[in-house]
Design a protein around this ligand. Sequence first.
Ligand SMILES: Nc1ncnc2c1ncn2[C@@H]1O[C@H](COP(=O)(O)OP(=O)(O)O)[C@@H](O)[C@H]1O
Ligand SMILES: [Mg+2]
Length: 295
Amino acid sequence: MTEDDATMILPTVNAADAGGRPADGDDTAVFARVADAPPAAEGPHALIELDGVGMTYPGPPPVEALKPVQLRIDDGEYVAIVGPSGSGKSTLLNLLGLLDTPTAGTYWLDGHDTSKMKESHRTQLRADKIGFIFQAFHLMAHRTATENVAMSLVYQGVPRRKRRQIAREKLELVGLSHRLDALPTTLSGGERQRVAIARALAAEPSLLLCDEPTGNLDSKTADAIMATLDELHDEGLTILIITHDHEVADRAQRAVTIRDGRLREGNHLYEDREHEDRTPTDRVEPGTLVMPKAD
Ligand SMILES: Nc1ncnc2c1ncn2[C@@H]1O[C@H](COP(=O)(O)OP(=O)(O)O)[C@@H](O)[C@H]1O
Ligand SMILES: [Mg+2]
């Protein structure tokens, strides 16, 4: 194992297909809150601004996973993105995390237009601004908790001693000061996710992107992890969390629903699902067995 293993915390970067851009002006998906928002004067600072950002996977056949959307997330917000499987959540997260490049529109991250940036610049911006937390933790199995956190700083050019010092501080912050030298296999699921949170915090990001962070945890442990995220938010961190757990979504200040690649302000997952559940029942012949929808 080498320190290059640190790259495994990030999913594979898909090469964007610059040739597959849909025509400009196809911004049918307007997002009420954003469209109605007055121009920010002295007010909150936009950390994320998506202007007509869309993503079409080249195929064949091409898949328009994200319709051109408007979205603004201000510094210090705590936002849940909810949507059923296949609705475009990971596509959106990969774009926001600069892991993928949109095929339409402009993504401003903390005032930087990321759309035309060179890959090396995007990588640097990602390392400076964004921490990631995934459902599956993605820890290096043969490295201690401290090493897992410290290695995320290798590419930041932080000297070795300093890396270890920061790692210890962040592990203490998430309540793991007693497990600094533990290997992931000896840690519980909740403790592993705490290591992953400490790692995400090591470079002092402005934005924490979380993809189903409690998906592999029992409800009590999930609750404790959510309490940690609440504290980080209270300290000013901007958090965006992808989830289809209503309790998780309810803890955020703001919810945005994604469905078929379209965004809508608010949590509409429940009402949409009720509507879907009702539709087939209305049509069936009496005596027909109706199976509940899986998702
Ligand atoms: N690399 C890809 N190539 C083609 N289609 C993709 C690719 N990744 C995702 N999709 C499609 O885009 C849509 C949204 O996927 P995804 O963002 O993964 O949804 P979610 O995370 O909400 O389950 C789905 O129809 C999926 O099949
Ligand atoms: Mg997904």
